[in-house]
Design a protein around this ligand. Sequence first.
Ligand SMILES: [Zn+2]
Ligand SMILES: [Zn+2]
Length: 355
Amino acid sequence: MNTTCTMRSVRYLGPKQAFELRAVSIPEPAPGQVRVRVEACGMCRTELHLRDGLLDLGRRDFAVGHEIAGTIEKLGEGVDGSRLGQRVVVYYYVGCGACRYCRTGDEQLCPQPVSQPGFTSDGGYAEYMVVRATNCVPVPGHVPLDLAAPMGCAGSTAVHAGKMAGIRPGEWVVVHGAGGVGLAILQYAHAAGARTIAIGMGAEKLALAQELGATEVFDVATQEDAAGFVAAVTGEGADVVFELVGTSASMRLSTAMLRRRGRLVLVGYTSESFTVHPVELIVRELQVLASVGSTLQDLYDVVDLVAQGAIRPIVDYTLPLERFAEGLAAVEKGTLKGRVVLTPGKANVTAGSPP
Ligand SMILES: [Zn+2]
Ligand SMILES: [Zn+2]
């Protein structure tokens, strides 16, 4: 084997440290695993949470990136030969397989996961990655991989949150925060028969929300009193509010936008706390739900919804791997229309090709 087989990999080295582009060995798939040539990897806000120390799962020195799409190019022992060459999007939880959550398919809740690519083990800001074969969800040929990649987190998270909320036809659903996950939730709610209100910043982003099916939009940059707006549009308040901004102020506002017995679904977060007096929840019988990540089935479901055209993945633009810092700065700024997607596989220029 050629020992010069290295690849480029953007590494997380520890909290409050900038990510670093390094040359590392191309990984070999273990039994039951496959090696994926990463063609596209979406950039998620969670990468900022890792960099800033808001999320620290204890591991160091791995490639970040968990919205991974690519081509299976090497099989570990025991993997069905039909998987070679398959275009896939990667599910980023590898649970223990034995606990009550894994047994029911909720690997995102596994207390002792084997790995979480992009969070505790090598993810997709790299030219290659290895993962359990069953985590690779086939992508139909007519769906480009740069559009499939954001389904790995933004899309699957949206479907999971939508299922948690139990959206019913005709309900009023507010999506508070019109980023990658928000735009996907909006489309999921629309497909589920709900009427939707998108709350976000900037006319361009909200025009896009409207194009994707939002019944009403509210621009926090130019309009005042979002809760009053929601009350006026819905008659009393929303049945469901998805909270994606995660500041103290936005979470209080989301609570105020609900009707009696409405459901608040927490999805996004920042370093700020959620403070609300219990009487606000009690006298209106509000429900506070939270949703993290997704199940493997949620990822299958979102790929299917994309294939049918019910959900349109929104990618603002793509960048080569080495320009990751530029992409992160854009994510941080919060003005993107959908995702920035890195394309590591398209600039495969390091020493040698894989064995
Ligand atoms: Zn488990
Ligand atoms: Zn993510």
